[in-house]
Design a protein around this ligand. Structure first.
Ligand SMILES: [Zn+2]
Length: 327
């Protein structure tokens, strides 16, 4: 199953010419999960994968740079004739916020399902779950994790044949966890012909936060950790004051959590992205700073390492979406 992340907006509270406010899209097979929706997100989607197939929106918190793209996105989806429900899950206060902001958001032409979570499993999907963890940002805020179920271990057809199983439907039964009986009357169990189960992939997005022990535990073993890196250490007092993290703090969390790759985001316009990356990489070498529209392919851990491609991918491939012409 393909899994990837499109970084739609990587700026901190103030956008720059090159970086928009927070948003990223997790794509797993046909599922599309938007995490945060800063101003301009819908155009970033149009420039890359399109906007129509978003199934869920996860919000980390209700600071404007994380949700101000929603009114426009919802309006466009309405104009496109969307009928399928859209679920928006966020921290406590989400429903009251939508009630108060109703005149701005308008009434979408499709069902909008709002749900508040502060911690724990928010959604069980086919093959993965979405979980929340409270974070430390001064207002109700959560980090999000996308966690796949374990996969069955590798099947060894040669071993099965050796035990007398004939290639065909019995191979499928063994791989689905069923015992089979050979033509010679011998019962063969899956454990005899398959390795132990393999972990699924895990993506954690912290949103804006100070470092926390609970967050390290939440991010444990993450294949990819997308972490707030608003500041560098030279401005660590600002990080404390505004309840954000420095690149170094993000690296410490990634290291303690045993993450595979650290993606630094929510960059302040005052810092050079290369210096942000360097500060983190001194402690955690597998650190990257994506540009807007960069695209991260996340293979199963036994199949390779996450691979970051340039946002130019979209203009050089069929990635350009014509949806913006359809309204
Ligand atoms: Zn914030």
């Amino acid at each position: 199953m393909d899994l990837s992340i499109v970084f739609l907006g990587t700026a901190g509270a103030v956008p720059t010419i090159k970086r928009g406010p927070s948003s990223l899209l997790i794509i797993r097979g046909g599922d599309r999960i938007l995490v945060d929706c800063g101003e301009g997100t819908q155009r970033q989607l149009m420039r890359s994968v399109g906007i129509s197939r978003i199934g869920k929106v996860l919000l980390t918190h209700l600071h404007g740079d994380h949700y101000l793209g929603l009114p426009g996105l919802l309006k466009t989806l309405s104009l496109q004739g969307r009928e399928t429900p859209l679920e928006i899950i966020g921290p406590p206060g989400l429903e009251e916020f939508f009630r108060v902001a109703h005149p701005i958001f308008g009434r979408p032409q499709f069902p909008l399902e709002l749900r508040e979570v502060s911690a724990g499993t928010a959604s069980e999907e086919d093959g993965y779950r979405l979980c929340a963890q409270r974070t430390d940002h001064g207002i109700p805020s959560v980090a999000w994790s996308f966690q796949e179920e374990e996969r069955p271990g590798r099947f060894h057809p040669d071993k099965a044949i050796e035990l007398g199983v004939e290639p065909g439907p019995d191979f499928g039964r063994l791989q689905r966890g069923e015992n089979v009986v050979t033509s010679g009357g011998k019962e063969v169990a899956p454990a005899e012909v398959m390795d132990g189960s393999r972990p699924g992939r895990k993506i954690v997005v912290t949103g804006d936060t100070r470092p926390m022990d609970e967050l390290e535990a939440f991010a444990e073993g993450a294949t990819v950790l997308v972490h707030d890196a608003t500041f560098v250490t030279a401005e660590s007092d600002r990080a404390v004051e505004t309840k954000h993290s420095t690149a170094k703090e993000a690296a410490i969390t990634a290291s303690r959590a045993g993450a595979g790759l650290l993606v630094l985001t929510h960059l302040s316009s005052r810092h050079n992205p290369r210096l942000v990356q360097k500060e983190a990489a001194r402690l955690f070498p597998e650190s990257v700073v994506p540009d807007d529209l960069d695209y991260l392919v996340v293979p199963y851990p036994d199949k390779g390492r996450p691979d970051l491609s340039s946002g130019r991918y979209w203009t050089e491939s069929a990635g350009w979406s014509a949806e913006c012409e359809q309204v």
